[in-house]
Write a protein that binds this ligand. Structure first.
Ligand SMILES: *Cc1c(COP(=O)(O)O)cnc(C)c1O
Length: 392
């Protein structure tokens, strides 16, 4: 069995190039796929490509990408969707129906929360949240006969709490529920979901897998019966990633190990430095020994990405914040993360929580450390901190 970096560079190649000996598989743009005979047409089979009879079911480009992802995660199959959010909605819709109950970690990605509380609740699914730093014993009393899905995201969006993934999965399974996890932050490199009781693994490939802020794509991976249920739901919903985006993701994933390792090192250095700044109350990043989720992060993950939160000391208002952010040279304001460029935004977790009491006035910044020189990034932030104190 080869290492992850070897898998990233060698898988998804030879058998997808159609006999032409170039390094990479071609980008298939396909709606119609032709059948060679009435026999094949009536069997619903098309050449040697399993499950591909129409562009909505993918192409060899999709299969090449799926091969790499499945080998990295230890999954038996993957579906590739048109966004990370579509990966989440397809997974949820495939496993839930009216009368079911779903439990989600309180700091799941905002649109995941909104999909559940608006759309799933409207379809008769009971939606409930548990504290984002929960373990199995916190979740156990919330389990019902009708609980079909327990949804995790560790660390969570905006506030980066770690759940105790293994003990929650154990409790969920004892009640017959399916465990889903949004693993975008840890990437398929640093967290191996199926070794820790996760049944359905989700990634926004838009982030580190793509890595260049030029595509939208989601992935869902599973094994055995779960994969069958997922594929059945996926077939009904029809939100396939385009061949062009899969091709970009395939290009991105080849270098993911190198990129993420650099993001991790650079982010750890910058986060450690930020902890020492007087303008900072605390840094929310489980890779830091002082973080409340650090022990769990060490238990489940073998690395971290370049995304973390910074809580500013009390007392900074909007004018100071604008002076800091508007003047930054390398940290630009924009949604998404996981690309090569550094980003910073103010976030508002108090609007998106049922349990933790984040205050409206607390300033929390979300920082995505890109691939620029760390010295330049630190200098940019140092000057920004100065503007926080300078502005009136
Ligand atoms: C960005 C993100 C998503 C959604 O991905 P899109 O491709 O933007 O739809 C899902 N989960 C997490 C944790 C994210 O950060």
């Amino acid at each position: 069995m080869s290492g992850d970096a070897t898998k990233l560079t060698t898988l998804g190649r030879k058998q997808y190039t159609g006999g032409f000996p170039c390094v990479n598989p071609p980008t298939y743009r396909a709606s119609t796929i032709l059948y060679p005979s009435l026999d094949e047409f009536e069997k619903g089979e098309c050449g040697t490509y399993d499950y591909v009879t129409y562009g909505r079911y993918g192409s060899p480009t999709h299969q090449a990408f799926a091969e790499i992802l499945c080998e990295l995660e230890g999954a038996e199959g993957a579906i590739l969707t048109s966004s990370g959010l579509a990966a989440i909605t397809v997974a949820l819709m495939s496993f839930l129906k009216a009368g079911d109950h779903i439990l989600l970690s309180d700091s799941v990605y905002g649109p995941t929360r909104d999909f559940c509380t608006h759309m799933l609740a409207g379809y008769g699914v009971e939606v409930e949240f548990f504290p984002a730093d929960a373990d199995g014993e916190v979740v156990r009393p919330l389990m019902r006969k009708t609980t079909k899905v327990v949804f995790l995201e560790a660390p969570g969006s905006l506030t980066f709490e770690m759940q105790d993934i293994g003990s929650i999965a154990e409790v969920a399974h004892a009640f017959g529920a399916v465990v889903m996890a949004d693993n975008t932050w840890a990437t398929p490199l640093y967290f191996k979901p199926f070794e820790h009781g996760v049944d359905i693994s989700i990634h926004a490939a838009t982030k580190y897998i793509g890595g260049h802020s030029d595509l939208l794509m989601g992935t869902v991976t599973a094994r055995g019966e779960h994969l069958k249920t997922l594929k059945a739901g996926d077939k009904l919903l029809g939100v396939r990633a385009s061949g062009d985006d899969v091709s970009l993701a395939l290009r991105g994933i080849r270098t993911m190990a190198l990129r993420v390792e650099h993001h991790y090192k650079a982010a750890l250095e910058i986060a450690t430095w930020l902890q020492q700044q007087p303008q900072v109350a605390r840094v929310l990043y489980p890779a830091l020994p002082e973080d409340e989720g650090h022990e769990r992060w060490k238990k489940y993950m073998s690395g971290a990405c370049g995304l973390f939160g910074v809580e500013l000391a009390a007392g900074y208002g909007r004018a100071q914040l604008a002076a800091m952010l508007d003047g930054l040279e390398y940290f630009k304001m924009g949604f998404s993360w996981g690309g090569y460029e550094s980003l910073i935004i103010r976030v508002h977790p108090h609007k998106l929580r049922s349990h933790a009491a984040w205050k409206k006035d607390t300033v929390i910044l979300r920082i995505n450390v890109g691939l620029e020189d760390v010295a330049d990034l630190k200098e940019d932030l140092r000057a920004g901190m100065g503007r926080l104190d300078g502005a009136v």
